[in-house]
Write a protein that binds this ligand. Structure first.
Ligand code: ZN
Length: 109
């Protein structure tokens, strides 16, 4: 099985970065949250650790492009970009969740 390229793995519309200073160098497919203070606040609140824990144990402190923000209610379902609807997620977990609710994933009902 081919390992997807970094760009492919990051090609998720809702995979927002928390690194405001590197917005210009965002990989293809990343759409950074424009509100940098919101991004920083969500990162601090969640201690820069993945809250989804679908493919990880949430123990790793995420930095740079490894730290993405997941919309709990996906944007595609009308979820807002607010503190309440955003959680820190690592890229693999964010990709696994995709544009679904956690309750829609197998084993998370
Ligand atoms: Zn994770």
């Amino acid at each position: 099985m081919d390992v997807p390229s970094l760009a492919e793995r990051l090609n998720v519309a809702w995979a927002d970065t928390t690194e405001p200073r590197d917005v210009e160098s965002a990989p293809p497919g990343i759409r950074p949250v424009r509100d940098q203070s919101l991004r920083a606040r969500v990162g601090r609140r969640d201690e820069h650790r993945c809250q989804l824990k679908l493919l990880c144990d949430g123990s790793k402190v995420l930095t740079g492009w490894d730290l993405t923000l997941d919309h709990t209610i996906p944007r595609s379902k009308g979820g807002p970009t607010t503190m309440e609807n955003l959680t820190v997620a690592c890229v693999p977990c964010n990709q696994r969740k995709a544009d679904k609710l956690l309750s829609e994933l197998p084993g998370n009902s």
